[in-house]
Design a protein around this ligand. Sequence first.
Ligand SMILES: Nc1ncnc2c1ncn2[C@@H]1O[C@H](COP(=O)(O)OP(=O)(O)OP(=O)(O)O)[C@@H](O)[C@H]1O
Ligand SMILES: [Mg+2]
Length: 290
Amino acid sequence: MSLVEQALKKLQASRGGVAPQPETRTTAVRAPEPARPAVVRNGRVVPVDRPAMRASHMLPSTSEERRIVQEFRQIKRPLVDNAMGRGRPALPNGHIIMLASALPGDGKTFTSVNLALSMALEKDVRILLVDADVAKPHISRTFGVQDEPGLLDVLRSEQMDVESVILDTDVPNLSILPAGRHSETATELLASGRMADVTARLAAADPQRIVLVDSPPLLLTTESRALAASAGQIVLVIGAGKTPQKAVFDALDLLGDGKNISLVLNQCDEGSQQGYYNYYGHQAEGAKAG
Ligand SMILES: Nc1ncnc2c1ncn2[C@@H]1O[C@H](COP(=O)(O)OP(=O)(O)OP(=O)(O)O)[C@@H](O)[C@H]1O
Ligand SMILES: [Mg+2]
């Protein structure tokens, strides 16, 4: 039995409730033809450089692409249906989807990027990928928008409209909300009521928009718990053979009952994660987690 199955069985027994459903293994994305949007929003169209993204391990290698595209197709389907109310009632706030994990390096950002590209191929949806891991803005770096104003700038300034910092990409129906300029109060800003307002505004601005939020690890930071409160769907990414069972339980406990949680078992590249524990370990002490 896999780690996830064992975890779910135990969780189900201990809660006497319905455990979240495991999804499949990860990976993602057929390459759509680049096309510039008809109207350029906020003065810039971000090119999606697939070879560079492959080189930085944010897209699968060409040899794995086909399998991974297929897997992400399966992963996205229930998420899109829940968000848009296709074949089932739409979930409350279902078009706000948070990518979460218990620990660093489990594959949240990889999953976010690949899921976003896969979802952007859907008809009648527009995908907004939000970089809410402001301590490690890997989404922003992956798309080359790390120096652009973004989420943190909007959270700092009540006057700033969040739509003014969204950037379209040359992938049709995919736009990015960069993390923005970092500050000492980034954690507090993300956990603030203003963040909840901004998320609600993002969702309300366009009924066809699905907001994918890449986030920091649940067990080692406090702000991701606040982010989870705004999301109608949570994708909990589990590193295959990596994330300890206890960490999965603890993350699920933190998310609490009544949340729509999907589990994705991801094949992580363990070799590339050195140093991450130290990085977040600093914050873990304050959060009494990890
Ligand atoms: N399915 C996969 N196939 C290949 N490589 C992967 C896969 N998932 C993750 N990786 C690689 O593993 C590393 C960690 O993944 P990623 O950065 O997505 O994790 P994370 O959960 O976002 O970590 P952090 O919490 O530190 O931001 C990255 O180098 C990524 O490219
Ligand atoms: Mg990440």
